[in-house]
Design a protein around this ligand. Structure first.
Ligand code: 5GP
Ligand code: ZN
Length: 113
């Protein structure tokens, strides 16, 4: 979708600090990280949210997710990690291209809501 910022990152038309990429998905650092090492994983194909993902797309995203989580864990050495995914404005979705958040947790005061 031409106006979508995450489509532009996936296409290399907007800069992104890329952690992982294959033919179907791309993971990059969140521009306003909730905590150090906050990463987003998206399908390269524009899908608004979880309701629009095919089973194959969801399978691949979650097949890759452990590798992303382990890379973040090894790099930033957090105490824990949240995987979060928002669908719809009422649920806090601000960018309407599916994304899975990886939010490393350091301690109970690290600011994550
Ligand atoms: P949502 O609230 O939709 O679940 O999360 C959207 C996330 O996208 C936020 O954490 C926000 O910081 C991040 N974000 C918004 N615009 C950009 C951008 O241009 N680049 C990157 N890397 N992250 C972005
Ligand atoms: Zn998009």
């Amino acid at each position: 979708m031409s106006s979508c910022i995450f489509c532009k990152i996936a296409a290399g038309e907007l800069p992104g600090e890329i952690l992982y990429e294959d033919d179907h998905v791309i993971a990059f650092m969140d521009i306003m990280p909730v905590t150090k090492g906050h990463v987003l994983l998206i399908p390269k194909t524009h899908r608004e949210n979880v309701y629009d993902l095919t089973s194959d797309e969801a399978s691949h995203l979650f097949a890759v997710a452990p590798k992303i989580a382990k890379a973040i864990k090894d790099t930033f050495e957090p105490a824990g990690m949240n995987l979060v995914q928002n669908n719809g404005a009422a649920a806090g979705q601000a960018v309407f291209h599916f994304h899975l958040h990886f939010v490393p947790r350091y301690d109970e005061t690290d600011g994550y809501r």
